[in-house]
Ligand binder design. Structure first.
Ligand code: BEZ
Length: 212
């Protein structure tokens, strides 16, 4: 029998794409910016699951708070105020994980002077290793379009010998990695490799259409 997965992939006899994971923390339940962020995250679950990314949130509040706040988040999204969100929220009420993972923001404290969690984004690959971390202070909400964009880049560059240039978006040309010799690049990228002339005469700006 095939059981559900967390960050593990079970072989169910069917081909499964490798599973990725995203862990994102927020400072506190029942706070304004966090409500907008988790609302947006809930709306983007299908985008993350299209990319085979499992989502999990974290804050230093209790399960009871998470359940009650979930109703507010759903109402903010214009939906039924249910206790359920489409991803779990870790209740790290004693800050155990937040300390271990370096998630605390020394500049934002609760009424007792205890530090709150910053807005951390960790993306894990199928090998369960950290592939990306982004850290925002409590006072700056994240851009979830950017998080999807970096997931697209991480997944593309994990499997192809390319890197994504500044402001890259899915569908744009990508760069051939500098370590790949020209002869191999020609074979690997049949759509062509295009270089830009530079004053140094070095041909290191090598573009190719985004590979499939
Ligand atoms: C907020 O989510 O609005 C927030 C939380 C902690 C500090 C500042 C803002």
């Amino acid at each position: 029998m095939c059981h559900g997965v967390h960050l593990h992939i079970k072989n169910c006899g069917l081909f499964q794409h490798p599973l990725w994971g995203i862990l994102f923390s927020h400072p506190r339940d029942f706070t304004p910016v966090c409500t907008t962020e988790l609302g947006r995250a809930a709306k983007l679950v299908s985008e993350f699951s299209k990319r085979n990314v499992k989502m999990i949130a974290l804050s230093i509040d209790s399960v009871q708070d998470h359940l009650s706040w979930s109703k507010d988040i759903n109402a903010y999204n214009g939906e039924q105020p249910e206790e359920k969100l489409p991803f779990p929220i870790i209740a790290d009420a004693n800050r155990e994980l937040a300390v271990k993972l370096g998630m605390l923001d020394p500049d934002e404290r609760d009424k007792d002077g205890m530090p709150l969690t910053a807005r951390v984004v960790f993306v894990f690959g199928p090998d369960k290793k950290l592939k990306l971390s982004i850290l925002y202070p409590a006072t700056t909400g994240r851009n979830f379009d950017e998080i999807l964009r970096v997931v697209d880049s991480l997944q593309l560059t994990a499997y192809k010998k390319v890197a994504t240039p500044v402001d890259w978006k899915p569908g744009d040309s990508v760069m051939v990695v500098p370590t790949l010799p020209d002869e191999e690049a020609k074979k690997l990228f049949p759509k062509g490799v295009f270089t830009k002339d530079l004053p140094s005469g070095k041909k290191y700006l090598r573009y190719t259409p985004q590979p499939e």
